[in-house]
Design a protein around this ligand. Structure first.
Ligand SMILES: *[C@@H]1O[C@H](CO)[C@@H](O)[C@H](O)[C@H]1NC(C)=O
Ligand SMILES: *[C@@H]1O[C@H](CO)[C@@H](O)[C@H](O)[C@H]1NC(C)=O
Ligand SMILES: *[C@@H]1O[C@H](CO)[C@@H](O)[C@H](O)[C@H]1NC(C)=O
Ligand SMILES: *[C@@H]1O[C@H](CO)[C@@H](O)[C@H](O)[C@H]1NC(C)=O
Ligand SMILES: *[C@@H]1O[C@H](CO)[C@@H](O)[C@H](O)[C@H]1NC(C)=O
Ligand SMILES: *[C@@H]1O[C@H](CO)[C@@H](O)[C@H](O)[C@H]1NC(C)=O
Length: 278
């Protein structure tokens, strides 16, 4: 092969590779949204008809892009959607608003959502999600709104969520969460209202002592009542011992005073009788 021919082949290969490379980068977001659609059960027509041949997903209904044709919003709240949430959504690296509230999504919250580090608002409330809250959501460092309320989530609240420094609103209410509610980091600004409707949560943030742990506050009536009950037997015993010791001491003192008194009286009587003039 001559050098000219080699160069020509190189140019042909490059010109073929560059455009497909670019369009495939654009398409990865289209693929993610198509995967999202294909995971739905009986989707409504307007989403069923999402065009999967698009170069960029920006013309899709309820999808918003930025100037670089990257998806920044999915506004699909109250849209009558059922089925599982596709993990492929994790590639939408510019996504800021994921609004899927008020649908009928079921199954797990994909841990891949932890890759959506541009996310400002994650609204999955009022669905039928089950399983744990993924640890990976703690990586969403730009999150201001995390609302997972009114689902059937179980397990404990991951402590990783306390690392989301700017978290402004947290709603985990009406799930089936258990265990201790973290109270450090960003959680220090939340109140019981974020956690109501989860019968098995405990900790200072929900005013509920955790089983097998020291009470966090002596002002709650439950915590002041039980410890003294447990302490009762040793307390009573030591009290009894004290009473016995005190009684013996008093008896001994009384006895000493009696003997001393009697001795003085006897001695004085003797003295008197000796002193009496004859
Ligand atoms: C919700 O989803 C479940 C399971 O996917 C399905 O059986 C049910 O019909 C759905 N309900 C509505 C109102 O779409
Ligand atoms: C996306 O998230 C998954 C699970 O959390 C992780 O294994 C994977 O490496 C992430 N991918 C990228 C591109 O960050
Ligand atoms: C699914 O969620 C809806 C409200 O979003 C609720 O009315 C329904 O009872 C839930 N279904 C199940 C099986 O949890
Ligand atoms: C969540 O569930 C509670 C209890 O069933 C209900 O009172 C509340 O209105 C629900 N909130 C939403 C946003 O669905
Ligand atoms: C909540 O969890 C308990 C035990 O972990 C389980 O028996 C119950 O069915 C769950 N309820 C819901 C609504 O998921
Ligand atoms: C809160 O405490 C947990 C467990 O002790 C820890 O993993 C987490 O990093 C802490 N969060 C902050 C913000 O310090």
């Amino acid at each position: 092969m001559s050098p000219q021919l080699a160069l020509w082949w190189c140019l042909v290969l490059l010109s073929a590779l560059i455009p497909t490379g670019v369009s495939q980068m654009g398409n990865s977001e289209v693929y993610a949204l198509i995967a999202f659609r294909d995971n739905l059960i009986n989707p409504p027509d307007w989403i069923k008809n999402w065009d999967d041949t698009l170069a960029v997903p920006c013309s899709l209904l309820r999808i918003t892009c930025d100037d670089e044709n990257k998806v920044i919003r999915m506004d699909l709240g109250n849209a009558g959607l059922s089925g599982a949430l596709a993990p492929e959504l994790g590639v939408l690296s510019h996504l800021q608003y994921l609004e899927l509230y008020g649908n009928n999504f079921s199954g797990l919250i994909p841990k891949e959502l932890g890759n959506l580090t541009a996310l400002v608002s994650l609204d999955l409330y009022q669905n039928n999600f089950t399983g744990n809250i993924p640890d990976s959501l703690g990586q969403l460092s730009n999150l201001l709104f995390l609302r997972l309320n009114n689902n059937s989530l179980s397990g404990s609240i991951p402590s990783s969520l306390t690392n989301i420094a700017g978290l402004y609103q947290l709603d985990l209410s009406y799930n089936n969460l258990t265990g201790e509610v973290p109270n450090n980091g960003s959680f220090s600004r939340f109140t019981p209202i974020s956690f109501i409707g989860n019968i098995n949560l405990c900790g200072s943030l929900v005013n509920q002592d955790c089983p097998g742990q020291a009470p966090f506050s002596s002002s709650s009536p439950g915590s002041t009542l039980s410890p003294p009950n447990e302490m009762a037997p040793p307390n009573q015993e030591s009290k009894n011992r004290k009473v016995i010791i005190l009684a013996s001491a008093i008896s001994a003192a009384v006895l000493v005073f009696l003997i001393l008194g009697l001795t003085i009286i006897v001695c004085q009587n003797r003295k008197h009788s000796q002193d009496l003039p004859k």
